[in-house]
Ligand binder design. Sequence first.
Ligand SMILES: N[C@@H](CCC(=O)N[C@@H](CS)C(=O)NCC(=O)O)C(=O)O
Length: 211
Amino acid sequence: MNLKKPILLHGFDRSGHSHRAELMLRLLGLPFDFHQVDLAGGEQRAAAFLKLNPFGTVPVIEDDGVAIADSCAILVYLATKYDAEGRWLPRDPVGAARVQRWLSVAQGPVFNGPCRARLVTVFGADLDHALAKATAEKLFATLDPLLADKTFLVDERPTIADIALYTYIAHAPEGGVALNPHSHIVAWLGRVEALPGFSPMPATKAGLLAA
Ligand SMILES: N[C@@H](CCC(=O)N[C@@H](CS)C(=O)NCC(=O)O)C(=O)O
């Protein structure tokens, strides 16, 4: 009998990038093991980890003898390999491009905005907090009206675009960026949280900074 080994997720439980991968695994109902990478201790810069990801960042997954690094690459991999119907990543050119557009937003303004703002308040990173907050606020002002008449970012059904954007936006208050003024974003976050298999990233104390 050829028993498949569970997927191994190398992550960090307070990383929004890592949570993207974890959430997708849970939404697809895939068994996985979790290895908490000791980021504070520098495990991500050790030779063994750099073999998996030369860029020295989490998340990385190992599956069927292959290592896949980068949160969005992992979302694409999981959706392509484990969702034969293409619900999470449409196979048609227009649908695929519409999803990719949001993956770029995840790695651009979401990273530079809510992610970096939280890196300052939660992890004490030496970054420009005012700039990160301004980037987040501009992103939210753009996104909120786009969600006014949409259930999810691309379609009536969720795609990996929603998973890529969810975590850092949901945790923006931890970085001092309020979500309250953006009712359509708040409603969309609630729809993601209602998906079967959803599991949140743990909150941090800095979440008390803004509503
Ligand atoms: N583009 C990467 C970025 C991942 C990333 O920045 N991960 C952070 C944690 S949130 C990390 O591993 N930082 C460790 C370090 O930079 O030393 C992705 O999407 O996975």
